[in-house]
Each structure stands twice: as C-alpha cells, then as structure tokens.
Ligand binder design. Structure first.
Ligand SMILES: Cc1cc2nc3c(=O)[nH]c(=O)nc-3n(C[C@H](O)[C@H](O)[C@H](O)COP(=O)(O)OP(=O)(O)OC[C@H]3O[C@@H](n4cnc5c(N)ncnc54)[C@H](O)[C@@H]3O)c2cc1C
Length: 503
C-alpha cells in the first residue's frame, strides 16, 4: 500500500495576546524544518486583556517545549517565582492556608504520606500537613532556589511556577516566534469566509489583505471571532456553579520585596488577588454582580491594595464556562476564545498550554479525520472539568456565612463528579490518582486541610508502622525541611542576583 501524506501547509493565528503568541512560539518550534507557514494577525486597535500574570508549574514545561530559556524569560517579563497560593479568609475570616506546588511528604515504607500523617494526627500529634511541604515552608520564609541546586536535599520535591508581566510576556514570545519564522501582520480581521463544508477558507483584513490557510487558531479573546461568531459552536455556561462574573483590576507600585507566592483573599462577594512582579504588583477583585456593584468592588479593591496606583482600575466582565467544541472543523480556539474559569488557581495559561499539547498530539492533516478533533476535544473537556471542580471546592467547603454571597456558597449546587470525589475522600482520604491531572492528590489535600476537612478514617494498613518511630521520623523530616529552607537565599535576593528585570 502506498503512503501518501497530505500535510497542513499553512496556519493562521488570529490574536496576539498571551494565547496567540504562546501558540505561535510553541508550534513554530515544533514545525521547524517543515514547509508549514505560520502567520499571526493581531489588531492594533483591539487591546489584549492585559491581565493573567500568575501561572502553575506546567508553565515551566511550556517554556522547555518552546525552547525558551527561563532565565531570559524572567528577565524579559520582570517575572518572579511562585511556590503556590496563600488563601486568606477562605475557611473563616482571620484564617489562612497555603496551596503549595510540588509534593507533601514522601511515601513511608510504601504508604501514602497523607495516610501516615493522618495516623500521627489520630494519635495526638499536632504537626501541620504543610510542615512537610517544602514549597510551603520556602514560601513562608520567603526563600527560593532553583531545582538543580536542591536535588537530593529535603526540599527536592517542591515545585514552582512564575508570575509574569502579561504585556511583556506576549512581546517576548513574539520575538521567539518571529525568530522561528512566524509572519506577523498588524491589522484587524473584519470578515471571515467559509467554504461549502463550513470550514474557514479565509479571513479578510481592514487593510484589504486576504489570508487563506489550511488551519486557523482563534485567539481573539472572549468574543471568539472564528469559533463562535463564525462557526457558532455554542457555550456551556457554568455560572450556576461559579457565580462570579466580573473582575476589577489595578496595578500598584511595590512597597515590599516581591513574595514568592500569589495571595487570594476571600471578600464579601468574591476574592481579591495579589500578584507580585519585580517592578509592580497586579491586583484584582473577582466578584459576583448579584452581590456587589462595580463601584463597591472597586472600592473594596482600592482599600485592599498597598502602594500607589500605576493605572486606573478597570472592570472586566466574563461568563464562566467553555465552548461546546474547542476544536471544530479547521479551527482551534485558544485562551479566552475557548472559555474562561475565574483565575483562583491561575489556570487559564495552563489550559492554553494543555490545549496546545492535545492539539499537537492529535495534529491533523488536510483530510481532517473526525477522530482527531473528537479525541482532542474530549481531552480538553477533561482538563476544563478538572479545573472547574477544583475551583468549586474552594467555595463549597468554606465555613463563611457573613454575607449573602457566602451564605449562598454554604448550600451551593455541586457537580456530581465533585460530590463523588468528596464522598470518597470523607471515608478514608482516598482520591483517584491520575498523572494527567493538573491538581494531584496533594493539591486536594491542601485545600481540604485548609478548610478543616479530614476523612473519618485512615488506611488500615498504616497501623503496621510503629507509632513511635513514625512520630520521630515525621519530626525529623519537618526539621530537615525547615533547616534546609533557612539556608536558601531570600526570594528577592535570588532574583536580583540571577534574573533581574532588563527593563
Ligand atoms: C480578571 C482576569 C484575571 C486573570 N488572571 C489570570 C491568571 O492569574 N493566570 C492565568 O493563567 N490566566 C489568567 N487570566 C486569563 C488570561 O488573562 C488569559 O488566558 C490570557 O491572557 C490569554 O488571553 P488571550 O490571548 O486569549 O486574549 P487577549 O489578551 O484578549 O488577546 C486577544 C487578541 O486578539 C486580537 N483580536 C481581537 N479581535 C481581533 C480582530 N478582529 N482582528 C485581529 N485581531 C483581533 C487582539 O488585538 C488581541 O491581540 C485572567 C483573566 C481575567 C479576565
């Protein structure tokens, strides 16, 4: 039998925000050496969203797959390191907890650390779960070091991500993509033409140019110019689970050394974020308009920020949910064009990367066999659902009842997938392990422990371990993490020495 290839010869990316330039940088690197031409169109008249500055550890994998040097990226984007998120006032006012990246503890004689820790708690130990999470202790002490220096130390199981300036990041990714041969056109798309099958045939620009391509990537932001306005795939609205539908954002001058973590503080009708960069801090309030007006939200945010304002507060409306199909015919939606979940766990940039990974795994040719699109959409749906349930977890487990918003959360609807997970957990702390998931079991344990929820029992086989030895081993582990963390440089000093901003 003869093998005949029918490769994609051209890809047009519409939109030059984080999504557009991440796609251009990654795909151009992967397609280097092929004849496929990549063009990116970005409008000089339609601004990028300009927020989206906290990432999760998969962002480091994105940089590696796009062959981007992390040090150069941090210097170019005034980035800082992120060891996790501190959640203030979520369980109850005045209480905080940390969601660290990386692992919590190590397996002991083949037993899951969390189960072992539960046994010590049952026996009266008061050691905090977070005492065994290297990233939590490093964050608490504002210390940082890169992984190459921490191998074979008590801190080696930590994880980290970055905070970045969104505008600088798009600019830097653009330079990488252009160096890989991506053609950039600065213009606005005003019409989209389809062929008789309904596939996108071409886009026409306001300056009269017409661009044809075999495949289109829609990175046009919330409106989804190609995926929704043209292909009309429809939207799954998840506002009944997550009622926050607006944000107000503002930037401030730094008054402290940047912390190596994001802060998410629960407020009367949602929560505020604080994302420290080298040159400024990004702040915002994500709120539900049923419980709070734009003016009230702005005032709450302004009362919460430290440092002088760098820009004017800006309101950003959104609808929580995702497109019914993120890949349809010859179009993939990416970034805000594909859907949006509030940034409580900084997952949007992660979802951009994951969508690109799934797309590349299922990369089509011009035959566009339906299986690839179906497979890719199923994988992306899984990622979205995982993130959705994890975000809902933060609301439905809160004990706050001091405002109408939080009283609503006390009895809020929960998807059956989350109900099942919570029921499994409550019995004896067992959660399904899936290496494809962004939020592994340690992430779930962090939030549940932060919300004071523990299972009724621990795994019975843990009783095979000698209690005294166990308590001693945990105490030594905790001490070793703390002592090693205290030997690391302060986060601010580390940045100044190794990756200070070039701006
Ligand atoms: C309040 C808020 C906070 C967020 N915080 C985080 C966070 O902490 N972490 C995280 O990972 N994500 C976060 N996000 C999400 C993140 O901002 C986005 O995922 C990311 O910026 C990608 O945006 P985008 O590129 O899809 O869209 P945009 O930045 O909106 O870019 C759209 C692009 O399309 C172009 N365009 C539009 N129409 C046309 C046209 N007709 N012709 C040509 N070009 C066109 C525009 O010029 C622009 O270049 C947040 C989002 C919001 C709303």
């Amino acid at each position: 039998m003869q093998i005949t290839q029918n490769p994609i010869r051209s890809i047009a990316i519409v939109g030059g925000g984080t999504a557009g330039w991440m796609a251009a940088a990654l795909i151009s690197n992967i397609l280097k050496g092929t004849d496929t031409k990549i063009t990116l169109v970005e409008s000089p008249d339609i601004a990028t969203i300009g927020v989206g500055e906290a990432t999760v550890p998969s962002f480091m994998a994105f940089l590696a797959s796009a062959k981007i040097n992390p040090k150069e990226f941090i210097e170019a984007t005034a980035g800082t390191f992120k060891l996790g998120i501190r959640f203030d006032d979520w369980y109850r006012k005045g209480n905080n907890f940390f969601h660290p990246f990386g692992q919590i503890g190590r397996r002991i004689d083949g037993h899951d650390f969390y189960q072992v820790w539960l046994k010590t708690i049952a026996q009266g130990s008061e050691t905090r779960l977070m005492d065994h999470a290297p990233a939590a202790i490093m964050a608490e002490q504002h210390r940082f070091m890169v992984e190459t220096q921490l191998q074979n130390t008590p801190l080696e199981n930590y994880g980290y991500a970055l905070h970045l300036d969104a505008v600088m990041a798009a600019r830097y990714l653009r330079s990488i993509a252009q160096a890989n041969g991506v053609m950039r056109i600065e213009s606005t798309v005003n019409t989209v033409a389809q062929d008789q099958r309904g596939y996108i045939a071409s886009i026409s620009l306001v300056d009269g140019q017409k661009i044809t391509a075999d495949f289109f990537i829609d990175c046009t932001g919330f409106k989804g110019l190609l995926i929704e306005e043209t292909l009309q795939v429809g939207y799954d609205d998840w506002s009944h689970y997550l009622p926050c539908n607006r944000a107000v954002a503002v930037q401030t001058e730094n008054i402290h050394e940047p912390a190596p973590f994001t802060v998410a503080t629960a407020r009367d009708a949602g929560w505020t974020w604080k994302i420290p960069l080298q040159h400024r801090t990004g702040n915002g309030y994500v709120f539900a308009s049923d419980y709070c007006s734009d003016d009230e939200a702005t005032q709450t945010l302004l009362n919460a920020v430290d440092g002088r304002l760098v820009n004017e507060p800006r309101i950003i409306p959104f609808v929580t949910g995702k497109r019914k199909k993120i890949w349809h015919k010859n179009c993939l939606a990416l970034g805000l064009a594909s859907g949006f979940l509030e940034p409580l766990e900084s997952t949007a940039i992660h979802l951009i990367y994951r969508t690109l990974v799934h797309f590349i795994r299922n990369f089509p040719d011009r035959d566009f066999i339906p299986l690839l699109e179906q497979e890719c959409n199923a994988q992306i749906d899984q990622d979205y659902l995982e993130v959705r349930d994890f975000i809902i977890l933060h609301y439905c487990t809160s004990q706050r009842d001091d405002t109408d918003f939080w009283r609503w959360c006390n009895t809020m609807p929960m998807p059956t997938s989350l109900q099942k997970k919570m029921a499994d957990f409550r019995q004896r702390g067992q959660l399904e392990r899936n290496s494809e998931n962004l939020f592994g079991v340690d992430s779930w344990y962090s939030i549940l422990e932060g919300m004071h929820i523990r299972p009724e029992k621990y795994h019975p086989l843990v009783d095979a371990l000698n209690s005294e030895k166990l308590a001693q081993s945990l105490m030594q582990g905790k001490q070793a993490i703390y002592e090693m963390a205290m030997r690391l440089p302060m986060h601010g000093d580390f940045i100044k020495q190794h990756c200070a901003s070039l701006r």
